[in-house]
Design a protein around this ligand. Structure first.
Ligand code: KMH
Ligand code: ZN
Length: 274
């Protein structure tokens, strides 16, 4: 067991428009370049949402497969596909993303208000994603937007067994308007409810990015950063690119004396063969 920090980059997401955020990577070439740059400064996992030729979020399998192949060709990052998609995406299309055979995929553990929208994740979808990932050899990252989602995780594991790879890794997604706040107190409240042996990362959305990173590091957790979650680097200063956010996370991890994990160490932690 390594004592380093697993850094995941979420470079694109499904929420921001390229027209509003010109630095957002949306083409295959832009996503590959950002993935390569982020690995160079400390990322070990990339959490991918895919865009179409009009820069809109898409779950079209052709596009998804193309991005997965291109990132694998250029980097050694663990490729984690989003099964959350955009709030408007139908469940069957979110499940079908698994056909692209990523190393890992996100799996959100409950429905949550998402700004003015609802991010729907009913129990049957959760079970279907978990079971299909077990059958297909894909490692889930369990996304937790609220404390109750951890109760759902315990019920899921009790009833349907451990994930592929055997290790449970959770990402606390904090500061979403409608989910748990991005505070040290909220993060600390989650920790006693993690399954035994599980590891966790934390993601602070928007201005909660820094406080959540610091809280996660001090609690022995891992980090997820990226332009999916954060578009402002400091007050009045837009994020330049994803590597800027990863470099800051890597610097904080070094200060915490838990330096960024290599991609090999990340695979060992998550139970993903090379
Ligand atoms: N785009 C959000 C509605 C995930 O990737 O699994 C959901 C999301 C979570 O980003
Ligand atoms: Zn996502």
């Amino acid at each position: 067991m390594t004592s380093g920090t697993l850094i995941t980059v979420a470079p694109t997401g499904a929420e921001s428009a390229k027209a509003d955020v010109p630095a957002l990577p949306v083409t295959v070439a832009e996503v590959v370049a950002t993935a390569r740059d982020c690995q160079a400064v400390g990322a070990a996992v990339v959490h991918l949402h895919v865009r179409d030729a009009d820069t809109r979020p898409t779950l079209d399998l052709g596009h998804v497969r193309e991005v997965v192949a291109a990132v694998r060709e250029t980097t050694d990052l663990v490729v984690q596909l989003s099964t959350g998609g955009a709030v408007t995406d139908p469940f069957d299309a979110r499940l079908a993303v698994l056909d692209a055979a990523p190393d890992a995929a996100s799996l959100t553990l409950g429905t949550v208000n998402f700004g003015r929208d609802v991010f729907a994740n009913p129990w049957d979808l959760i079970v279907e994603l978990h079971t299909q990932m077990q059958q297909r050899g894909i490692v889930p990252e369990y996304e937790v937007f609220d404390l109750g989602h951890l109760a759902t995780l315990s019920r899921l594991l009790d009833r349907h067994g451990p994930p592929h790879g055997g290790h449970v890794h959770v990402d606390l997604v904090m500061g979403v308007p409608g989910g748990m706040p991005g505070t040290t107190q909220a993060l600390a409240a989650c920790l006693p409810h993690l399954p035994p042996g599980a590891t966790f990362a934390a993601t602070g959305v928007g201005r909660t990015s820094l406080p959540v990173m610091l809280a996660a590091l001090s609690a022995g957790g891992h980090l997820r950063v990226g332009m999916e979650d954060t578009l402002t680097y400091a007050p009045g200063e837009p994020v330049r690119d994803n590597a800027q956010l990863v470099a800051r996370a890597a610097g904080l991890a070094r200060i915490a004396q838990r330096p960024p994990m290599s991609t090999d160490d990340a695979r060992a932690l998550l139970g993903i063969p090379r």
